[in-house]
Design a binder for this molecule. Structure first.
Ligand code: ATP
Ligand code: MG
Length: 272
C-alpha cells in the first residue's frame, strides 16, 4: 500500500484511521466517539483543557492504552505491530523531566534514538553517528553534544529529547506538550523545523499543546478535544474564544457586556 500526501483527488489512504473510539480509564469515560483520519504530510495540532483526554488519545494511538470500543489503525496495522517498529516517534509530556541522577550526554541520549529492536545490528556505527549529528544540528544543540543533560535548561533538555525522536527517522511523530519550558526563540525554531519536516520530508506530525497561538500558526489542521472531538478543521477556521465556548457548551453567566476586550497578541500565551 502506497501512503502519500493528499493529492488533488484526496483519495489516498490515511496513515492514521480512528473509528468510533471509546476509552475508559479506571472506570471513567475519558474519550468517546472519536473519529479521525490523518494523511501523510499533515501537521495536526491538538488542543483542549486539562484532563480533556489529549494524552490519553496519543497513548491509545501508540497502543499503550487499549480502547473499550472502536478501532485504531496506523499504516493499516494495529498499534504496536511489528511492522511499525522504527516508523513512529514519540515525545512524551514528561520527556524533559529526565532523571537528574542519570549521567548522560546529549550525544548519548540522541544515540539511543537510533537503536530499535529491528536495526540493532543492521546499521553501521557511521550511519548512526551521522544521524545523531544531523538530529542534534536540527534542534540547534550543536556544540553541546558532550554536555550532561542534567546541566541543560528545560528548553534545551526538551530539544535534546526531540532530537532523540528525530534520530529514529520515524515517519510519524507524536509530541505531547513539547513546547513546555522553551523560550520564545527555541519554540519558534522548533515549530519551523517540524513544519519543514512535513513539507520537505513528508513526515506526519500530531502535536498536543496548550500554547494555542503558537500551534495555530504552525499546524495545518487543528483539533479541539474535550472527551470527544468538538472541532476539526483548517487552523485558519479555528474558532475564536467566544465561539469556542459555544463549541464546548459553555454559556455566559453574566448579562453585562465585558468591560475589557481580548486583543489578539501573537506573543501572549493563550491557555485554554
Ligand atoms: N492513569 C490513569 N488512570 C486513571 N485515569 C487517568 C489516568 N491518567 C489520566 N486519567 C484521567 O483521564 C482523563 C484524561 O487525562 P489526560 O492525561 O488524557 O488529559 P490531558 O488532556 O492530556 O490533560 P493535560 O492537559 O493536563 O495534560 C483525566 O480525567 C485524568 O484524570
Ligand atoms: Mg496531557
Amino acid at each position: 500500500m502506497e501512503y502519500s500526501r493528499v493529492g488533488q483527488s484526496g483519495l489516498q489512504k490515511p496513515i492514521l484511521e480512528i473509528d468510533n473510539l471509546t476509552v475508559i480509564r479506571s472506570g471513567k469515560l475519558v474519550l468517546r466517539d472519536i473519529n479521525l483520519n490523518v494523511q501523510r504530510g499533515e501537521f495536526v495540532g491538538i488542543v483542549g483543557p486539562n484532563g480533556s483526554g489529549k494524552s490519553t488519545l496519543l497513548l491509545t494511538i501508540l497502543g499503550v492504552l487499549k480502547a473499550q470500543e472502536g478501532d485504531v489503525k496506523i499504516y493499516d496495522s494495529e498499534p504496536m505491530s511489528r511492522n511499525l517498529y522504527g516508523k513512529i516517534g514519540w515525545v512524551s509530556q514528561a520527556a524533559s523531566n529526565l532523571p537528574k541522577e542519570v549521567r548522560i550526554t546529549i550525544r548519548e541520549l540522541v544515540h539511543l534514538g537510533t537503536v530499535n529492536a529491528k536495526n540493532m545490528f543492521s546499521i553501521t556505527n557511521n550511519t548512526r553517528r551521522k544521524r545523531v549529528k544531523e538530529a542534534i544540528k536540527m534542534v540547534g544543540l550543536e556544540g553541546l553534544e558532550n554536555v550532561d543533560i542534567a546541566r541543560l535548561s528545560g528548553g534545551q533538555r526538551q530539544r535534546a529529547v526531540i532530537a532523540r525522536a528525530l534520530a529514529t527517522e520515524a515517519e510519524f511523530i507524536l509530541l505531547d506538550e513539547p513546547l513546555v519550558g522553551m523560550d520564545r526563540d527555541s519554540r519558534n525554531s522548533l515549530l519551523k523545523l517540524l513544519d519543514q519536516f512535513c513539507h520537505d520530508s513528508g513526515k506526519t506530525i500530531i502535536m498536543v499543546s496548550h500554547d494555542l497561538s503558537a500551534i495555530r500558526q504552525t499546524a495545518h489542521r487543528m483539533i479541539f478535544l474535550e472527551e470527544t472531538i468538538r472541532f476539526d478543521g483548517p487552523s485558519a477556521d479555528f474558532p475564536d474564544l467566544e465561539s469556542l465556548a459555544l463549541v464546548r457548551g459553555i454559556t455566559n453567566v453574566h448579562d453585562m457586556k465585558p468591560q475589557t476586550k481580548i486583543l489578539p497578541n501573537i506573543d501572549k500565551k493563550e491557555e485554554i
